[in-house]
Write a protein that binds this ligand. Structure first.
Ligand SMILES: [Zn+2]
Length: 324
């Protein structure tokens, strides 16, 4: 680990935002620009922090490229448009990220977002949410939709505190924590499904035709995920529940758009971690030692990891669940 000590890393990689910032700090130069640049659909806008990629008619994904060091967005998100409304997904790391996506939504659909959905509390998905409040509007601002748990965690935990974010969240439209709810966009219905496993409370947004799933951080593509708040057995169950037919496009929380093979590779990767964690737990090995000894099989391809501390976190999450 070149530019940062292991102790610093363990202390600071608490949230997904920190996880990515530290990944960027230790990423090999060759990878910084390249990661998450593989595209499936036409790119309609490109910025240093990410690209807006068309997924289907009326659906776009913002695929962030944070390893270059631009922290405007950090996480992926997107736009789902219908005849009577436009959903923006994720609040991003900074208000400028949300404001950028809202401006693009208006350019592409003729409409400022009418709904904003935040999938979970992590700073890179939630902290910029006030950026959706248009300075030109006095009425008709989009309300933030998320679960009560996620709203409360953002308000309690996310740093630095921000008055505009708090004000935006005070008007949150709460998404039911049990059972799917639907946002009706006229000619298109979007299911908002409460799940968990990456955190206590995660949401997925699901469309049937075309088959598109916005996974939040339940799915990462090509980057080893952050297990800091993970409940790993719940994570696996939630991920399995997201699996759809081969035509499906999955928008992961981090990394490029995924289809079935990338999704399956991620599931297999989670399975490898589980198997190794259970074995290490039974043998009484520490999370640090188990993480240091762990490698992913070459058959699972390239997973941007940079440091074994990410593995240590995954093992620690499993050990929390396995107890003892
Ligand atoms: Zn996260």
């Amino acid at each position: 680990m070149s530019r940062i000590s292991r102790r610093d890393f363990v202390a600071r990689s608490g949230s997904c935002a920190a996880h990515l910032a530290l990944a960027a700090a230790v990423a090999p130069d060759a990878l910084r620009g390249a990661w998450a640049r593989t595209t499936l659909g036409p790119v309609v806008a490109r910025e240093p922090f990410g690209s807006l990629e068309q997924v289907a008619e009326g659906i776009w994904a913002l695929i962030s490229t944070p390893l270059g060091g631009d922290r405007t967005t950090l996480s992926n998100g997107g736009v789902i448009a219908g005849r009577s409304g436009v959903i923006a997904i994720e609040g991003f790391n900074q208000p400028a990220g949300a404001a950028w996506l809202a401006t693009k939504a208006r350019e592409l659909t003729g409409r400022w977002p009418t709904h904003v959905v935040v999938t979970h509390y992590h700073a890179d998905h939630a902290n910029g949410v006030a950026g959706y409040l248009s300075p030109e509007k006095t009425t008709g601002q989009p309300a933030v939709r998320t679960t009560e748990r996620t709203r409360d965690l953002v308000l309690q935990k996310n740093q630095p505190p921000d008055e505009a974010r708090t004000a935006a969240l005070q008007k949150t439209v709460l998404v039911p924590a049990t059972g799917a709810s639907t946002i009706d966009l006229g000619n298109r219905r979007v299911r908002v499904v409460p799940r968990n496993g990456h955190t206590d409370s995660d949401l997925s947004l699901e469309i049937d035709d075309p088959s598109v799933v916005f996974c939040g951080d339940l799915v990462w593509n090509g980057m080893f995920p952050n297990y800091v708040d993970a409940i790993p057995s719940r994570l696996s169950a939630s991920v399995n529940a997201l699996r759809r037919d081969p035509k499906t496009i999955y928008v992961p929380g981090h990394g490029s758009l995924a289809r079935g093979p990338e999704f399956d590779r991620y599931v297999a990767m989670l399975g490898e971690v589980e198997q190794a964690a259970r074995k290490a737990h039974q043998a009484g090995t520490s999370a640090a030692d188990a993480g240091a000894a762990f490698t992913l099989p070459a058959s699972l391809g390239e997973w941007t990891l940079f440091n074994k501390v990410f593995f240590e976190r995954a093992f620690a999450a499993w050990f929390r669940e396995l107890g003892g």
